[in-house]
Design a protein around this ligand. Structure first.
Ligand SMILES: *Cc1c(COP(=O)(O)O)cnc(C)c1O
Length: 389
């Protein structure tokens, strides 16, 4: 027998990173030492305090049942407290906060609540592939807004044709940005809120990297006037607290948007394991005590990468946030050939820019989620590879 995938799956682009994984395994099987600066998954372990909170909660049978769909009151209350302390924004945790099984889960399900077939969903690109995929799954039409160094990696809202604007239901943005590391300024957020109100669309802001900043603190879109009328923001404990495997995050913002996402989720999942929510409570309560040391480590590593690549004649972009470094390749070389050659000849994995969308062509992304000495060694090898191009 043979079964064909549904059309929606055939509409997704090829998953380049799977191919890189295969090449990587091949190199390792040959006995070559490979340094992986590809995936954005922290090498630093989850803090002990968080692990201890999970242990205690896991031993309590009252945590073994189905959790509440929207998240424990205590978890959402602590989220609201953290949000106020961090951004100065007051959230009604009962209506404006929803627990997620990681922010990816929320982002992937959100369009199902609001996008009808034929509705246009804007998304910044290069970017996290889930915005495109979740739009397709909802029957929507993805419309890419390229973000480039020339525009400070912010989308040009005025470039969207009027006929498209009429059909726009939703916009995905992501700042601090993966893969470029760019942050958005206040003027951009304010302009965007006005624009969304004028054209009657939803803003979905992916703030997964809100706590990985090195200069000034980054902002929540909900800090700005009118945002609560049009915006939902996705937060994650994954990158903030080195908790990628735990699967916990939250959505917050406009209460109708939160309720819509909640309706979808009650039909798909049954909430986050309460012991994991207790661990999340511990993490958010400790907050900066845990995140400040992580920021120091990432900053040191980002600086290291930037200094080695700059000496090699490349121009890595320094957005002062996230654990990524986004670098333009020499003009004549495309991102796939570069990454494949780098892996084959130098045993280093980086992410090809085109893996984040066609506007990422001509770039590569380094993730500094590896030990300092490994990062240094890998960058020295990249420098050598570039010198021979
Ligand atoms: C890692 C990441 C996420 C998802 O993180 P979760 O582990 O699902 O919370 C969301 N958006 C971006 C841009 C990411 O890089």
């Amino acid at each position: 027998m043979s079964f064909k995938y549904a059309d929606r799956l055939n509409k997704l682009p090829r998953y380049l990173f799977a191919e890189l994984d295969r090449l990587k395994s091949e190199q390792i099987a040959k006995g070559n030492k490979v340094i992986d600066l590809g995936v954005g998954d922290p090498d630093l372990p989850t803090a002990n305090e968080i692990v201890e909170a999970l242990k205690v909660a896991a031993q309590d049978p009252s945590n073994h049942t189905y959790p509440s769909y929207s998240g424990m009151d205590k978890f959402r209350e602590v989220v609201a407290e953290w949000f106020y302390k961090r951004f100065g924004v007051k959230l009604d945790y009962k209506k404006q906060v929803l627990s997620l099984i990681g922010s990816k889960e929320g982002i992937a399900h959100f369009p199902l609540a609001f996008v009808n077939p034929g509705d246009v969903v804007l998304y910044t690109e290069p970017g996290y592939p889930v915005y495109f995929a979740s739009t397709i799954f909802a029957g929507g039409i993805p419309y890419s807004l390229p973000i480039t160094a020339e525009n400070h990696f912010l989308p040009l809202l005025d470039s969207i044709p009027e006929t498209t604007l009429k059909k726009v239901k939703m916009l995905f943005i992501n700042y601090p940005n993966n893969p470029t590391s760019a942050i958005a300024n206040e003027a951009f957020f304010r302009k965007l809120i006005d624009f969304a109100k004028t054209h009657n669309f939803i803003i979905a802001h992916d703030a997964a990297y809100s706590e990985i900043f090195f200069g000034q603190k980054t902002h929540s879109i909900l800090e700005y006037e009118g945002a609560m009328d049009v915006a939902i923001e996705f937060h994650s404990l994954s990158k903030t607290f080195s908790m990628t495997g735990w699967r916990i995050g939250f959505a917050c913002g406009n209460e109708e948007l939160i309720a819509g996402l909640g309706k979808i989720k009650t039909n798909i999942d049954s909430g986050v394991f309460q012991a994991v929510q207790w661990a999340g409570i511990r993490a958010l309560t400790l907050g900066d005590v845990l995140t400040e040391p992580l920021r120091k480590i990432y900053k040191r590593r980002v600086d290291l990468v930037i200094s080695i690549l700059s000496r090699a004649g490349l121009e890595p972009f320094n957005g002062d946030a996230t654990f990524y470094v986004w670098t333009r390749l020499p003009k004549h070389i495309d991102s796939i050939s570069f990454t494949m050659k780098l892996l084959e000849h130098k045993g280093v994995v980086v992410s090809p820019g085109i893996g984040f969308g066609t506007s990422g062509e001509g770039y590569f992304r380094i993730s500094v989620t590896n030990k300092d000495d490994q990062i240094e060694e890998a960058c020295d090898r990249i420098a050598k590879a570039v010198a021979n191009m």
